[in-house]
Design a protein around this ligand. Structure first.
Ligand SMILES: [Zn+2]
Length: 123
């Protein structure tokens, strides 16, 4: 089965008190994500944290209306285009020394910010 974010997580639009909302599901079982992801996660807790965090970020991007892209730099990159998926997570993991570093490393690319700006006018 080709790797795609559908294996990692899912966003479902919902209505809460008449307002648009989202349910975000993240698969915490790295063993189900293929041998490369599973092995690196067993050896490196920060790699697992990176997978979980970036998956949350991707799914929350969907909740905010962001579309998939073909740019490997983007959090909204669609894994169906292929590429080095462990490397996708690894490049973020390499920015971390401890788990708390996640709070200071957004994981968003310039392309992701451009999509957010187009939708919401954010700077
Ligand atoms: Zn997606």
């Amino acid at each position: 089965m080709p790797a795609n974010f559908g294996l990692y997580g899912e966003m479902r639009p919902i209505i809460v008190d008449g307002e648009r909302g989202a349910e975000v599901y993240i698969r915490p079982d790295m063993e189900a994500l293929g041998e490369q992801i599973a092995e690196r996660s067993r050896e490196d807790a920060l790699f697992r944290d990176a997978v979980v965090y970036l998956t949350c970020l991707h799914e929350l991007g969907h909740a905010l209306g962001l579309e998939h892209t073909a740019d490997f730099a983007d959090i909204m990159y669609y894994f169906g285009f292929g590429g080095d998926i462990p490397g996708f997570f690894g490049r973020y993991r390499d920015k971390l020394n401890i788990r708390e570093d996640i709070a200071g490393e957004s994981g968003l690319s310039d392309g992701d910010f451009s999509q957010l700006q187009a939708l919401y006018g954010l700077r």
